[in-house]
Design a protein around this ligand. Structure first.
Ligand code: G3P
Ligand code: CA
Length: 303
Protein backbone atom coordinates (compact mmCIF):
# COMPACT_ATOMS: atom_id res chain seq x y z
CA UNK A 1 0.00 0.00 0.00
CA UNK A 2 1.10 3.59 -0.66
CA UNK A 3 2.08 5.45 2.54
CA UNK A 4 -0.61 8.20 1.98
CA UNK A 5 -3.28 5.58 1.44
CA UNK A 6 -2.08 3.66 4.51
CA UNK A 7 -2.28 6.85 6.56
CA UNK A 8 -5.79 7.60 5.28
CA UNK A 9 -6.87 4.03 6.07
CA UNK A 10 -5.45 4.38 9.59
CA UNK A 11 -7.41 7.61 10.04
CA UNK A 12 -10.59 6.01 8.66
CA UNK A 13 -10.25 2.93 10.89
CA UNK A 14 -9.44 5.10 13.94
CA UNK A 15 -12.57 7.17 13.21
CA UNK A 16 -14.59 3.99 12.71
CA UNK A 17 -13.44 2.55 16.03
CA UNK A 18 -14.22 5.86 17.73
CA UNK A 19 -17.64 5.95 16.12
CA UNK A 20 -18.37 2.35 17.21
CA UNK A 21 -17.22 3.07 20.78
CA UNK A 22 -19.36 6.22 21.01
CA UNK A 23 -22.39 4.38 19.55
CA UNK A 24 -21.92 1.51 22.01
CA UNK A 25 -21.64 3.95 24.92
CA UNK A 26 -24.78 5.79 23.81
CA UNK A 27 -26.64 2.49 23.40
CA UNK A 28 -25.59 1.26 26.86
CA UNK A 29 -26.53 4.57 28.49
CA UNK A 30 -29.90 4.64 26.76
CA UNK A 31 -30.79 1.04 27.55
CA UNK A 32 -29.71 1.32 31.21
CA UNK A 33 -32.04 3.94 32.47
CA UNK A 34 -32.43 7.05 30.40
CA UNK A 35 -35.54 7.33 28.26
CA UNK A 36 -35.91 10.14 25.69
CA UNK A 37 -35.94 13.70 26.93
CA UNK A 38 -39.25 14.79 28.37
CA UNK A 39 -40.69 18.20 27.64
CA UNK A 40 -41.98 19.22 31.06
CA UNK A 41 -42.25 22.42 33.08
CA UNK A 42 -38.93 22.95 34.74
CA UNK A 43 -36.92 25.54 36.55
CA UNK A 44 -33.58 24.52 35.09
CA UNK A 45 -32.51 22.68 31.94
CA UNK A 46 -32.66 18.89 32.29
CA UNK A 47 -31.46 16.41 29.73
CA UNK A 48 -32.94 13.20 30.97
CA UNK A 49 -34.99 11.28 33.45
CA UNK A 50 -34.16 8.16 35.42
CA UNK A 51 -36.17 4.97 35.73
CA UNK A 52 -37.03 3.05 38.85
CA UNK A 53 -39.28 0.08 39.39
CA UNK A 54 -42.69 0.09 41.06
CA UNK A 55 -41.24 -0.79 44.46
CA UNK A 56 -40.14 2.82 44.93
CA UNK A 57 -42.76 5.39 45.86
CA UNK A 58 -41.98 8.54 43.88
CA UNK A 59 -43.02 11.29 46.25
CA UNK A 60 -43.59 14.86 45.11
CA UNK A 61 -42.15 17.04 47.87
CA UNK A 62 -44.63 19.81 48.75
CA UNK A 63 -46.35 18.75 45.51
CA UNK A 64 -43.09 19.13 43.58
CA UNK A 65 -41.79 22.53 44.57
CA UNK A 66 -39.21 22.64 41.79
CA UNK A 67 -42.05 22.81 39.29
CA UNK A 68 -44.72 24.95 40.97
CA UNK A 69 -45.22 27.04 44.13
CA UNK A 70 -44.84 24.66 47.08
CA UNK A 71 -47.88 23.26 48.91
CA UNK A 72 -50.39 24.89 46.53
CA UNK A 73 -53.12 23.27 44.46
CA UNK A 74 -51.00 24.14 41.39
CA UNK A 75 -48.14 22.09 42.83
CA UNK A 76 -50.35 19.12 43.76
CA UNK A 77 -51.96 19.20 40.31
CA UNK A 78 -48.47 19.19 38.81
CA UNK A 79 -47.42 16.27 41.06
CA UNK A 80 -50.43 14.28 39.83
CA UNK A 81 -49.68 15.18 36.19
CA UNK A 82 -46.06 14.11 36.65
CA UNK A 83 -47.28 10.62 37.59
CA UNK A 84 -45.80 10.69 41.07
CA UNK A 85 -47.00 7.95 43.40
CA UNK A 86 -47.43 10.20 46.41
CA UNK A 87 -47.89 13.84 47.31
CA UNK A 88 -45.95 15.10 50.31
CA UNK A 89 -47.39 18.09 52.18
CA UNK A 90 -47.08 19.93 55.49
CA UNK A 91 -49.96 20.84 57.75
CA UNK A 92 -50.58 23.46 60.43
CA UNK A 93 -53.77 24.41 62.29
CA UNK A 94 -55.51 27.79 62.18
CA UNK A 95 -56.90 29.52 65.27
CA UNK A 96 -60.39 28.33 64.28
CA UNK A 97 -59.29 24.70 63.97
CA UNK A 98 -58.79 24.23 60.20
CA UNK A 99 -55.89 22.21 58.86
CA UNK A 100 -54.05 24.16 56.21
CA UNK A 101 -51.29 22.99 53.90
CA UNK A 102 -48.24 25.18 54.32
CA UNK A 103 -44.68 24.52 55.41
CA UNK A 104 -43.82 27.23 57.95
CA UNK A 105 -45.69 28.25 61.12
CA UNK A 106 -45.32 31.86 59.98
CA UNK A 107 -45.84 32.22 56.27
CA UNK A 108 -43.63 35.18 55.28
CA UNK A 109 -41.20 33.08 53.21
CA UNK A 110 -43.84 32.04 50.69
CA UNK A 111 -46.48 34.81 50.94
CA UNK A 112 -44.37 37.85 51.76
CA UNK A 113 -46.70 38.60 54.72
CA UNK A 114 -45.68 37.98 58.31
CA UNK A 115 -48.75 36.02 59.34
CA UNK A 116 -48.69 33.28 61.98
CA UNK A 117 -51.01 30.37 61.18
CA UNK A 118 -51.90 29.41 64.75
CA UNK A 119 -53.16 32.91 65.58
CA UNK A 120 -55.00 33.47 62.27
CA UNK A 121 -58.42 32.33 61.14
CA UNK A 122 -58.88 30.41 57.93
CA UNK A 123 -60.48 33.52 56.38
CA UNK A 124 -57.33 35.50 57.15
CA UNK A 125 -55.07 32.76 55.76
CA UNK A 126 -57.16 32.59 52.60
CA UNK A 127 -56.38 36.22 51.76
CA UNK A 128 -52.68 35.41 51.31
CA UNK A 129 -50.90 34.54 48.09
CA UNK A 130 -48.84 31.38 48.52
CA UNK A 131 -47.17 32.01 45.14
CA UNK A 132 -46.11 35.59 45.97
CA UNK A 133 -42.45 34.65 46.35
CA UNK A 134 -42.31 32.00 43.65
CA UNK A 135 -40.01 32.78 40.76
CA UNK A 136 -41.88 33.74 37.61
CA UNK A 137 -45.58 34.44 37.42
CA UNK A 138 -46.65 31.37 35.44
CA UNK A 139 -49.00 30.19 38.19
CA UNK A 140 -50.59 33.51 39.11
CA UNK A 141 -51.86 33.91 42.62
CA UNK A 142 -52.42 30.77 44.72
CA UNK A 143 -54.22 30.43 48.03
CA UNK A 144 -52.88 28.37 50.91
CA UNK A 145 -55.11 25.31 50.55
CA UNK A 146 -57.00 23.52 53.29
CA UNK A 147 -56.24 19.83 53.66
CA UNK A 148 -59.74 19.08 52.34
CA UNK A 149 -59.06 21.06 49.16
CA UNK A 150 -55.96 18.96 48.51
CA UNK A 151 -57.89 15.75 49.21
CA UNK A 152 -60.62 16.87 46.80
CA UNK A 153 -58.05 17.58 44.11
CA UNK A 154 -56.28 14.27 44.63
CA UNK A 155 -59.58 12.40 44.64
CA UNK A 156 -57.92 9.26 46.02
CA UNK A 157 -55.50 8.98 43.10
CA UNK A 158 -52.09 9.25 44.78
CA UNK A 159 -50.75 8.20 48.13
CA UNK A 160 -50.27 11.02 50.59
CA UNK A 161 -47.38 11.70 52.92
CA UNK A 162 -48.79 14.22 55.35
CA UNK A 163 -46.30 15.88 57.65
CA UNK A 164 -47.64 17.23 60.93
CA UNK A 165 -45.71 20.41 61.70
CA UNK A 166 -45.21 22.17 65.04
CA UNK A 167 -46.23 25.64 66.21
CA UNK A 168 -43.76 28.56 66.11
CA UNK A 169 -42.45 27.75 69.60
CA UNK A 170 -41.90 24.10 68.68
CA UNK A 171 -44.91 22.82 70.63
CA UNK A 172 -47.65 20.60 69.23
CA UNK A 173 -51.02 21.88 68.01
CA UNK A 174 -53.55 20.51 70.49
CA UNK A 175 -55.42 17.51 69.06
CA UNK A 176 -54.08 17.99 65.55
CA UNK A 177 -53.61 14.21 65.29
CA UNK A 178 -57.26 13.35 65.94
CA UNK A 179 -58.49 16.17 63.68
CA UNK A 180 -56.27 14.86 60.89
CA UNK A 181 -57.43 11.26 61.32
CA UNK A 182 -61.06 12.42 61.37
CA UNK A 183 -60.68 14.17 58.02
CA UNK A 184 -58.78 11.27 56.42
CA UNK A 185 -61.40 8.84 57.64
CA UNK A 186 -64.21 10.97 56.20
CA UNK A 187 -62.37 10.93 52.86
CA UNK A 188 -61.85 7.15 53.14
CA UNK A 189 -58.17 7.50 52.37
CA UNK A 190 -56.60 6.20 55.56
CA UNK A 191 -55.18 3.19 53.73
CA UNK A 192 -53.22 5.38 51.30
CA UNK A 193 -51.56 7.69 53.75
CA UNK A 194 -48.26 7.82 55.62
CA UNK A 195 -48.34 10.36 58.42
CA UNK A 196 -44.86 11.73 58.95
CA UNK A 197 -43.27 13.97 61.56
CA UNK A 198 -39.98 15.02 63.11
CA UNK A 199 -41.84 14.88 66.43
CA UNK A 200 -41.94 11.31 67.67
CA UNK A 201 -44.64 11.85 70.36
CA UNK A 202 -46.91 13.00 67.51
CA UNK A 203 -46.33 9.69 65.76
CA UNK A 204 -47.00 7.76 68.96
CA UNK A 205 -50.30 9.61 69.36
CA UNK A 206 -51.34 8.66 65.84
CA UNK A 207 -50.64 4.99 66.60
CA UNK A 208 -52.61 5.18 69.86
CA UNK A 209 -55.57 6.70 68.00
CA UNK A 210 -55.35 4.29 65.10
CA UNK A 211 -52.62 1.59 65.09
CA UNK A 212 -53.37 0.65 61.48
CA UNK A 213 -52.31 4.02 60.06
CA UNK A 214 -48.80 4.04 58.61
CA UNK A 215 -46.37 6.51 60.11
CA UNK A 216 -42.89 7.72 59.23
CA UNK A 217 -40.30 9.21 61.58
CA UNK A 218 -38.34 12.02 60.00
CA UNK A 219 -34.65 12.30 60.76
CA UNK A 220 -32.88 15.47 59.71
CA UNK A 221 -29.69 17.35 60.42
CA UNK A 222 -30.59 18.44 63.97
CA UNK A 223 -31.67 14.97 65.07
CA UNK A 224 -28.85 13.10 63.39
CA UNK A 225 -26.16 15.40 64.70
CA UNK A 226 -27.41 15.02 68.27
CA UNK A 227 -28.90 11.55 68.66
CA UNK A 228 -26.94 10.29 65.66
CA UNK A 229 -23.71 11.08 67.52
CA UNK A 230 -24.65 8.32 70.00
CA UNK A 231 -24.51 5.83 67.15
CA UNK A 232 -26.95 4.11 64.79
CA UNK A 233 -28.31 1.75 67.47
CA UNK A 234 -29.73 4.65 69.45
CA UNK A 235 -31.28 6.18 66.32
CA UNK A 236 -32.90 2.87 65.41
CA UNK A 237 -34.06 2.32 69.00
CA UNK A 238 -35.77 5.71 69.21
CA UNK A 239 -37.42 5.38 65.82
CA UNK A 240 -38.70 1.88 66.63
CA UNK A 241 -39.92 3.18 69.98
CA UNK A 242 -41.96 5.85 68.18
CA UNK A 243 -43.89 2.99 66.57
CA UNK A 244 -43.05 4.27 63.09
CA UNK A 245 -43.29 1.99 60.08
CA UNK A 246 -40.85 4.08 58.07
CA UNK A 247 -37.91 6.31 58.62
CA UNK A 248 -37.64 9.27 56.27
CA UNK A 249 -34.09 10.48 56.37
CA UNK A 250 -32.39 13.57 55.00
CA UNK A 251 -30.59 11.77 52.19
CA UNK A 252 -27.07 13.06 52.78
CA UNK A 253 -27.02 11.25 56.13
CA UNK A 254 -27.88 7.84 54.73
CA UNK A 255 -25.09 5.35 54.15
CA UNK A 256 -25.05 1.60 53.51
CA UNK A 257 -24.46 0.72 57.12
CA UNK A 258 -27.28 2.89 58.51
CA UNK A 259 -29.56 1.63 55.76
CA UNK A 260 -28.70 -1.93 56.85
CA UNK A 261 -29.50 -1.11 60.49
CA UNK A 262 -32.90 0.33 59.53
CA UNK A 263 -33.68 -2.73 57.44
CA UNK A 264 -32.60 -5.12 60.19
CA UNK A 265 -35.02 -3.33 62.51
CA UNK A 266 -37.81 -3.94 59.98
CA UNK A 267 -38.20 -0.28 59.03
CA UNK A 268 -39.19 1.01 55.62
CA UNK A 269 -36.69 3.62 54.45
CA UNK A 270 -37.27 6.79 52.45
CA UNK A 271 -35.01 9.69 51.53
CA UNK A 272 -35.62 13.41 51.10
CA UNK A 273 -35.09 15.75 49.34
CA UNK A 274 -33.39 14.17 46.34
CA UNK A 275 -33.26 16.49 43.34
CA UNK A 276 -30.55 15.21 41.03
CA UNK A 277 -30.51 12.19 38.78
CA UNK A 278 -27.12 11.20 40.16
CA UNK A 279 -28.47 11.02 43.73
CA UNK A 280 -31.67 9.35 42.59
CA UNK A 281 -29.59 6.62 40.94
CA UNK A 282 -27.70 6.06 44.19
CA UNK A 283 -30.86 5.52 46.23
CA UNK A 284 -32.55 3.40 43.58
CA UNK A 285 -29.50 1.12 43.70
CA UNK A 286 -29.55 1.10 47.50
CA UNK A 287 -33.17 -0.07 47.40
CA UNK A 288 -35.06 2.60 49.37
CA UNK A 289 -38.85 2.51 49.59
CA UNK A 290 -39.53 6.13 48.71
CA UNK A 291 -37.68 9.02 47.15
CA UNK A 292 -39.06 12.42 47.97
CA UNK A 293 -38.18 15.04 45.37
CA UNK A 294 -38.97 18.58 44.29
CA UNK A 295 -38.52 17.28 40.73
CA UNK A 296 -40.90 14.37 40.19
CA UNK A 297 -40.44 14.98 36.45
CA UNK A 298 -36.94 13.45 36.70
CA UNK A 299 -37.99 10.10 38.11
CA UNK A 300 -40.19 7.65 36.22
CA UNK A 301 -41.49 4.11 36.55
CA UNK A 302 -40.15 2.91 33.25
CA UNK A 303 -38.41 -0.37 34.18
O1 G3P B 1 -40.67 14.59 53.58
C1 G3P B 1 -39.86 15.07 54.58
C2 G3P B 1 -39.44 16.47 54.37
O2 G3P B 1 -40.48 17.21 53.83
C3 G3P B 1 -39.00 17.09 55.64
O3 G3P B 1 -38.47 18.35 55.47
O4 G3P B 1 -38.55 20.76 55.82
O5 G3P B 1 -39.28 19.85 53.68
O6 G3P B 1 -40.68 19.56 55.67
P1 G3P B 1 -39.29 19.67 55.16
CA1 CA C 1 -42.38 18.25 54.74
Amino acid sequence: MYPVYQKRMRIISRNLIGYLLISAALFITASCSTPPQENTMKNEPQNSTICCDDSIMITAHRGGSGLAPENTLAAFKSGIEQDADALEMDIHMTSDGHLVVVHDPSVARTTGKTVVVETSTLAEIKKLDAAAKYFGKAFGSQQIPTLEEVLDLNDGKLWLQIEIKMRSDGSRYPDIESRLLQILEAYEILDRVIIISFDFPTLKTIKVLNPAVLTGALAGKAYLSSVGAKGPDEVVRQIKESGADYVGISHTYLNNSLFGSFREAGLGVGVWTVNTIEDMRKYIELGVDFITTDRPDLLRHCL
